[in-house]
Every structure is written in structure tokens, then in C-alpha cells.
Design a protein around this ligand. Sequence first.
Ligand code: UGA
Length: 316
Amino acid sequence: MKKALVTGCAGFIGSHLTQRLLNDGVTVIGIDGFIDNYDVAAKLRNLAEIGKHPAFTFHSTTLQTGRWDIWLENVDAVFHLAALPGVRNSWGKSFADYVSHNILATQELLEACLQRPKPPVIVVSSSSSVYGTMQGTLTNENAPLRPVSPYGVTKEAMEQICSVYVKAYGLPVSMLRYFTVYGPRQRPDMAFHRFFRQMLKGEQVIMYGDGQQSRDFTYVTDAVEANLLAAQHAVPGDIFNVGGDREIKLIDVLSIMGTLMNLTPRITYQNGPAGDSLRTCADIQFAQQRLGYKPKVTLEEGLRHQLAEIRSQSKG
Ligand code: UGA
């Protein structure tokens, strides 16, 4: 891979991926529309280092402005991370924005890639939220899709539109279903970010539900690695679970956080917004076999890195 396009390059996962590509000697075209789902200053901070790199060109715009000829010129891989993320805010009027950013923009990207003389390899970011609440043992990619949030519905539709382009035209698209990614630069609406900040300020942690919900939390550099592996080894139409080192209950993560911070978390339990999955647990066998994907960072280690970043920011 010589030149890549990263959509959503100022976001949490997108900025880490861009950094990694640049470190690996790849020329990167980055696009970010700075949609106002959270503080623009945080996204600008994510770009601070990358922005100085001579092999990086940045376009500050949403995909809907459609300057594909410029963005896709000589690109051999596209990493599509631009989206409106977050399950809990996708109700009500905001659903139209979720449809626009997650489904319509993706279709425009696919169409533009199809028009290229040689379409690039495309790796699309999807989400474990397409499954809803998981049952039984580990969930593989053939499990039924039963999203429990409007966001999950848009990610499922996004996957479907990608699959349609694969079937009709053989477009080289693969999809990654991330399982609740965490680590430095995590979005400020996400649980670990909020919990660490609340505890650093001496506040109570706001726990939605009873804390018994579980997740297969995935460290951000593992999600980045999955992108690179998919660009190299995926077969068009492949869909992969990208999970972490284990499934764990939220209340147990909080206790690990408390140990790392040398404190006992004080918790306020609240009814969370609707749309929360009660359980995610990834079967990553397919990603292991086809891609050689294996999460490298344990939850304990990943939490230490995220805490260090949040601590350094609260000082600065
Ligand atoms: C996350 C992302 O926000 C989605 O964009 C992504 O698609 C999804 O993971 C996924 O991987 O499928 P979520 O699992 O809700 O969604 O991640 P968090 O925001 O970190 O929440 C984890 C758990 O903590 C949830 O049960 C949530 O209700 C809970 N939570 C969150 C709290 O108890 N308190 C908070 O302040 C925030």
C-alpha cells in the first residue's frame, strides 16, 4: 500500500489509524467533516501530530461534498471510518443525521470507488451494535442481526449496501465489526472516558443500569491492526468481528479502574437511555484465520494507557 484515504481521520480510531499508516511510510489523504457530535477541540488535538507529517494531506469537509476525484487520486486503499457514532443519541430527530452520515455517505463512497479505473481496496468500519444483545456462547459473524438502537440499524444498512456493491460489481469491500473500542482519545461520550474523568474529579461515576452489562472491550491499536490486515488479506464481502481480550462486566471494569487509581469508585446507578446492548462477546475465529488478527493489548494494560492520557490532559 502506497497511498491511502482515511475518512474520519480526526476521530478516535481514525486518528490512530492515520498515525500508524504514516509511521509505516504510507502517504495519507485524510478527510474529516468535524461533525458536531463532540468537542471540535478534541478532534483538532487528535490531528495535532499527524497534521505536521509531510506525507499527510488533510481535507476538512464532510464526504457529502463529494470531491472524490481529488480524494481518490492514486489511492490504493480506503479506510472508511467517518460516521455519526454512539448508540444512545441515535433516537428522535437525530436519526436523519445518522442515516445521512452512516448510510448515504457510505453509498457515495462506494459509487465513487466503483468509478475509478482500478477501484481501491475498501475497509469499512461497522459495529457490534448490529447484533444487539448477544445470547449464549461467543457470537460469530453469522449470528442474527437484531440491533437494539437506531444507530445499530444504520450500521446494519451500511453493511448491506456494501454487500450489494460487492455482489453486483465485485467491489473489494470488507467490513469490521468493532466491539466497544477504548484507549487514548476515546470519544468523550463513551463509558471509560467518562468514568476516568468523573473519578479524577472526585465525582460519582454515573452507571447506566446495574453494571452487569458486559462488553468485549477492544483496545484501539488492535482495531487499527485489524484495518491494516483487512486491507491486505480480506476477500471482497468479508465481515469480521474485531474483539478484545475477553468479555467483562462493566462493574468489574470499574473495579479495575479503581485499583489503577488507588480509590474505591463511588457509583450512582441510573436508568440509561434506551438502545444499550446488555451483552457483547466476540467470536474472532474468522478474523484470526483469514487475517491473522489477535488482540495484543490486555484490558488492564489498555486502561493504564487511557488513564495516563486522561491524567496528562487534565494537568495541561
Ligand atoms: C460503543 C460506541 O459508542 C459505538 O459507537 C460502537 O459502535 C459500539 O461501542 C460498538 O462497538 O458496537 P457502547 O458499547 O455503548 O457503544 O460503548 P460505551 O459508550 O463505552 O458504553 C459501554 C457501557 O457503559 C454501556 O452499557 C453504557 O450504557 C455504559 N455507560 C456509558 C455507563 O454506564 N455510563 C456512562 O456514562 C456511559
